[in-house]
Design a protein around this ligand. Structure first.
Ligand code: TPP
Length: 653
């Protein structure tokens, strides 16, 4: 379906086109841009509320600054749809997040206007600072560097590390703090309270107006007047506004708060800021979901609602006549509550993903035992470690991709100290439409090399529940190990998922079926693809064995001896990187034990895999049901082609 832009937006193909427009037209351009985002996302899906909240900011920034020479960096980048539409990608925008289409995040390869690739939060200030230092070094002193960062992302440690550094370097850098009081869920922490204090302080706002009135006159009176105004402003702030000290004390000149939806005023302010040297921060107040009433009302739901009817606001869901399997995240959320109700030692931790991890279920019923710590993965891990030293049983739930942030903490604060922290790594494997910044590709490899770390992946809901039950027992603490439990985005396979808990033996795999000549070894949910492949291969008279290994570490060595003694052809399958992953662990076992089987490792290859549906990406990398079946045929040297219709049917089931 073609999305039709409004009259003026249709004529804006680059920011240069925008800058040629009359300032009086900006309001209408914002309306048209907002409508375009609503029209597109309602049909094609994607992130929603955040982009609506920065429509005016996007227009004002491209109107005032000379992009792409001036460098504009969007933190996280989920709010950059307006920016993409204004920078030559409007006609392509219907491919946003689709396989082969444009990325849902700014990406350097995609456009010269995307100054920095993003996806994980809190990187923008560091990147802008690096660029500003480079510009200075090259003598490009008129160049501007702008980081746009949300109040949620501002809670990330990197943002503070960068501000600490920035305050020490007198470069042209503007930090735009887009304050909407929200992360995906409501923002948390003392910084949020602080920002609200600044925003609502009457004294502050009165003084702010005076300061701005003075600033407005600056350009008229020249440099000495600027100095005087600057001194007055600083004096006023220092004496009257103790709240402003946070940024000012880091040597960042603080301006605002201003209404981030008043596009004309923002243009004025940004033009003024352009002429003020040194690092500065502009605090803009915006509403997430601005201009679409439902999105303003339930901002978490409308962060990324999927496709919806833009008139009625009905979010389109698939309806099934039979009960469906739940999402793994919900199995985690319900199971931790179930366990915690009986065991007062259990605590839950999430860095800013209560809804995404379903820890919100526990936060609701046990608010003093489940914590959203902000976008702060490193802190989440060490905070969990701290609780674990006191004998608590801590489930620390972090998306696989975001756990990359906290690697040192996992080693230094948890594994070395033999603390029994339970890491639940959601969105492990291909994340899908969010693409390479979000794929949980590396956790098997990066976790399995850490001493004292157990690495587990459930093939279904029951295995997830049983491992959670097992490691929640006090005797798990006696092992003096931590554990990484990885599971993918999306649904499992068991509509009746609420099974009785059964204790699992650590390091014990499960034989799913015996076979002939070739054994398929899988880890985690992707094992269900192998089941489908085996069913399809049976029609061709091919009968592979299949083992659900469950543990990457410790490997089930008894089972592996049985496998290598009986099969000289082995295929490993994982939804994770091949290098250093599960298949590599199996190959290492083979080498260490002097077996000589032919091994084919299926998984994520050593390259960046772009975005798309999970199944599309599994197919591209050759480990969807069809790919697994093909690998079996190939290792057996069988020529006969699989019945494609059957495989597709199986894959779709
Ligand atoms: C390191 C990291 N952790 C978690 C996330 C997931 N995430 C994406 S957007 C978001 C909220 C960002 O809030 P904010 O910066 O205030 O932007 P808003 O959505 O409110 O515009 C979170 C937690 C992420 N992108 N990066």
């Amino acid at each position: 379906m073609q999305i039709i832009p409004g009259k003026i937006l249709a004529q804006i193909n680059t920011p240069e086109d925008l800058r040629r427009r009359n300032r009086s037209e900006l309001l209408q351009i914002c309306d048209e841009l907002r409508q375009y985002i609503i029209d597109d996302v309602s049909v094609y899906g994607g992130h929603f509320g955040a982009s609506l909240g920065v429509v005016e900011l996007s227009v004002a920034l491209h109107y005032v600054f000379n992009t792409p020479n001036d460098q504009l960096i969007w933190d996280v980048g989920h709010q950059a749809y307006g920016h993409k539409i204004l920078t030559g990608r409007r006609d392509n925008f219907h491919t946003n997040r689709l396989y082969g289409g444009i990325s849902g995040f700014p990406k350097r390869k995609e456009s010269k206007y995307d100054a920095f690739g993003v996806g994980h939060s809190s990187t923008s200030i560091s990147a802008a600072l690096g660029m500003s230092v480079a510009s200075n070094y090259k003598g490009e002193t008129d160049r501007q560097h702008i980081a746009v960062i949300g109040d949620g992302s501002m809670t990330g440690g990197m943002a503070f590390e960068a501000m600490n550094h920035a305050g020490d370097i007198p470069n042209n850098m503007i930090i735009i703090l887009n304050d909407n009081c929200m992360a995906i869920d409501p923002n948390v922490g003392a910084l949020k309270e602080y920002l609200t204090d600044i925003t609502t302080s009457h004294t502050y706002n009165r003084v702010k107006d005076e300061v701005w009135n003075l600033l407005g006159k600056m350009s008229t009176f020249g440099k000495s007047a600027q100095d005087i105004v600057s001194k007055i402003e600083n004096g006023l702030k220092a004496t009257l506004l103790k709240q402003s000290n946070l940024f000012e004390s880091l040597n960042l000149r603080y301006f605002g708060p201003i209404d981030g939806h008043d596009v004309e005023y923002m243009v004025t302010v940004l033009n003024d800021l352009k002429n003020i040297p040194g690092p500065k921060i502009l605090h803009c107040i915006t509403t997430k979901g601005k201009g679409y009433a439902l999105a303003e009302k339930d901002q978490t739901l409308w962060h990324a609602p999927g496709k919806f009817d833009k008139i009625t606001g009905e979010i389109k869901k698939k309806y099934y006549s039979t009960p469906q399997a739940p999402k793994y995240q919900d199995v985690f959320g319900h199971t931790i509550v179930e366990l915690a109700e009986k065991n007062p030692k259990i605590m839950g931790v999430t860095p800013a993903m209560p809804s995404g991890s379903s820890l919100n279920l526990m936060m609701k019923v046990m608010p003093n035992r489940a914590f959203d710590v902000g976008i702060a993965e490193q802190h989440a891990v060490t905070f969990s470690a701290g609780m674990a030293t006191q004998g608590l049983t801590v489930f620390c739930n972090i998306y696989s991709t975001f756990m990359q942030r906290a690697y040192d903490q996992v080693i230094h604060d948890v594994a070395i100290q033999e603390l029994p922290v339970i890491f639940c790594l959601d969105r492990a494997g291909f994340a899908g439409a969010d693409g390479p910044t979000h794929h949980g590709a590396y956790d098997i490899a990066y976790m399995r090399c850490i001493p004292n770390m157990i690495v587990f992946a459930p093939m279904n809901e029951k295995e997830l529940r049983d491992i959670m039950f097992t490691v929640a027992q006090d005797e798990f603490k006696d092992l003096k190990k931590c554990i990484s439990i990885r599971y993918p985005r999306g649904e499992g396979v068991m509509p009746n998922w609420k099974t009785e808990f059964e204790k699992m033996e650590i390091g014990k795999g499960r034989k799913i079926k015996d076979g002939e000549s070739v054994a398929i070894l899988t880890i985690g949910h992707i094992g269900n693809y192998a089941v489908q492949a085996c069913e399809a291969l049976a029609n061709e008279g091919i009968n592979p064995a299949h083992y659900d290994m469950r543990f990457v570490k410790p490997l089930d060595e008894t089972m592996l001896h049985e496998i290598f003694q009986n099969y000289d052809k082995v295929i490993t399958v994982e939804d994770g990187c091949i290098q250093g992953g599960f298949g590599t662990a199996v190959a290492e076992f083979m080498l260490d034990n002097n077996y000589a089987a032919q091994i084919k490792r299926l998984g994520i290859p050593d390259r960046i895999v772009e975005h798309g549906e999970q199944l599309e990406l599994h197919h591209e990398c050759g480990f969807d049901p069809e790919g697994i079946a093909e690998a079996v045929r190939s290792i057996l040297g069988t020529q006969k082609n699989m019945n494609k219709a059957e495989i597709v049917k199986v894959a779709l089931n």
